[in-house]
Design a protein around this ligand. Structure first.
Ligand code: SRM
Ligand code: SF4
Length: 513
């Protein structure tokens, strides 16, 4: 097991302490025992923290009904896998659902601890894992959702994303080399021209770039959001070939972070804090030593030169006669029947493949021209539309108060109701990306949005009510940069007039007559 550096032992916070007492991954061997004794009898640290090492999240908001966070590299899964996940949540009736996350991933809800061993056996049988998806581990690795389909793509990222995940998780079996990082860690590998993964908000991002005529990646490091600080990733001044060097580079950076990252204060433990302390040149030198070979300096420019696409609608693939269709999933929420329907249409009309996007939507690829008409007349497309209302189309939301105990406000349901009202009242000439996040942790990424809404509490008429801080100016795609807070403390009840005014004055909306 990898231990935190000795020098910081004296200042171990409670997370470092329980990690050094017992690795989080150890609970993998105790799942049958937990299932037998029930969650109420479990050790509190195992229940509330260590279970996250196997992707099981205790929810204080819904005690006994756990959340399970999957790993879906590059956001890709099969009909069979979706069917299995649907069966898992179906068992929990009204408590069960699946949410598409802002990392191209799925989280299941309602899961009971007594069912976990059986669920894990079923996941394994269809090649799925939820290992190392929470706490101080590497999160789901994102890649272009149209990798291998897009005629304009530069690098097909699918294999690189899968290999990187396999290195980190020992092909889904769990890997003690990387289960005690100082903090969470995000990796994204972009192969297209439109920065579909939000490279700038990842601890490591690979963006396509030519060096001496060869296509590879420039490496960015240190991007992150936290309640205390948000930073865009910065260049490491490294270029790597589009081959296993990506996996080795990720390994080298993770090892440096694991062995030298700051652990005393969890508010200052993300990778960027180490880069700040060392300076990027010292950090680069340490990564180069760990990599074991001289590193090439970054290419002068990268190939991100498009505006970001949302992939909703029907698109020709690079393979003649095939199409991918992007379906809009309102606030990313799926119920068991939706999951079965999606699995079925992917199997009947496509190649049994399903993809997820960081916009919390679904893409069904490989639909032959002759199947398109029948596909588009499937009833599920009334719910998951290829031409949603303009404001709803670009709506993103984190989990919020319904399930998350960090939340200061309800997000998903409120976001949807409010956007329906605005869509009814306003004629839009452009899409406006509105992101909701229930607290300053920023899981809903308000800093990348045209309009970002971050949950807070505000005083109104002598009472404390749910409100938001307003973020604006987030730019995605080419020349991406983070938006900033422009107004604090707007009561949620006042949001319709406030957003109406912003949409009219700054985004060309017109009131419907
Ligand atoms: Fe997040 C913690 C949900 C993407 C920053 N995030 C949490 C927890 C686990 C807190 C908890 O235990 O309740 C939330 C689980 C709630 C639930 O029941 O669903 C949670 N985060 C989410 C998801 C589901 C939001 C969504 O609705 O899509 C996303 C899951 C992604 C995945 O599949 O793994 C999610 N979280 C993000 C992102 C966005 C991203 O990665 O692009 C961020 C900002 C980027 C970053 O991490 O740098 C993010 N989540 C956080 C943080 C702040 C991290 C920090 O350094 O301080 C926390 C709190 C923490 O880790 O202490 C957090
Ligand atoms: Fe929960 Fe806050 Fe993350 Fe939303 S932003 S999922 S409320 S931790």
């Amino acid at each position: 097991m990898v231990q935190a550096p000795q020098k910081e032992e004296a200042t171990q916070n409670k997370f470092e302490k329980f990690k050094s007492e017992k690795d989080g991954l150890a609970v993998r061997e105790e799942l049958e025992y937990f299932a037998n004794i029930g969650w109420e009898a479990m050790d509190k640290t195992d229940l509330e923290h260590r279970l996250k090492w196997v992707g099981i999240f205790y929810r204080p908001v819904t005690p006994g009904k756990f959340m399970m966070r999957m790993r879906l590299p590059n956001g890709i899964l099969t009909s069979e896998q979706m069917q299995t996940l649907g069966e898992v949540v179906q068992r929990y009736g009204e408590d069960g659902n699946g949410d598409i996350t802002t990392r191209q991933n799925l989280q299941l809800r309602g899961v009971r601890i007594e069912d976990v061993p059986d669920i894990f056996r079923r996941l394994k049988a269809v090649g799925l894992t939820s290992v190392q998806s929470g706490m101080d581990n590497v999160r789901n690795i994102t890649g272009s959702p149209v990798a291998g389909l897009d005629g304009d793509e530069l690098i097909d990222t699918r294999e690189l994303v899968q290999k990187t995940q396999d290195m980190i998780t020992n092909s889904g079996e769990g890997n003690l080399e990387f289960t005690n990082l100082p903090r969470k860690f995000n990796i994204a590998i972009e192969g297209g021209r439109d920065n579909s993964v939000h490279a700038e908000i990842n601890d490591i991002a690979y963006v396509p770039a030519y060096k001496d005529g060869e296509l590879g990646f420039n490496v960015l490091v240190g991007g992150f959001f936290s309640a205390k600080r948000c930073e865009a990733a910065i260049p490491l001044n490294v270029w790597v070939s589009a081959n296993d060097d990506v996996v080795e580079m990720s390994r080298a950076i993770l090892e440096v972070y694991r062995d030298h990252g700051l652990r005393a204060n969890r508010q200052k433990s993300r990778l960027m804090w180490l880069i700040d302390e060392w300076g990027v040149e010292k950090f680069r030198a340490a990564v180069e030593r760990q990599f074991g070979r001289p590193l090439a300096t970054a290419a002068l420019k990268d190939e991100i030169d498009w505006e970001k696409r949302d992939h909703i609608g029907v698109f020709k693939q690079k393979q003649p006669g095939l199409n991918f269709v992007g379906l809009h999933v309102p606030i990313g929420r799926l119920y068991a029947q939706d999951m079965f329907d999606i699995a079925r249409i992917a199997e009947v009309y496509g190649s049994s493949e399903i993809r997820l996007t960081v916009e919390q939507n679904i893409i069904i690829p490989n639909i032959p021209d002759e199947n398109l008409e029948a596909f588009l007349s499937e009833p599920i497309l009334e719910k998951f539309s290829i031409s949603p209302q303009p404001l709803e189309r670009a709506l993103i939301s984190c989990t919020g108060a319904q399930f998350c105990n960090f939340a200061l406000i309800e997000t998903k349901n409120r976001a949807l109701n409010l956007i329906h009202e605005l869509d009814q009242q306003l004629e839009m000439t452009q899409y406006v990306r509105i992101h909701w996040t229930g607290c300053p942790n920023s899981c809903g990424q308000p800093q990348v949005a045209d309009i970002g809404l971050m949950g807070t509490k505000v005083r109104k008429d002598g009472k404390t009510v749910e409100g938001v801080d307003l973020y604006m100016g987030g730019k995605v795609g080419k020349d991406a940069h983070l938006g900033t807070c422009v107004q604090k403390g707007i009561a949620c009840d006042d949001l319709v007039p406030v957003l109406t005014q912003i949409l009219i004055e700054q985004f060309g909306a017109k009131p419907k007559s």
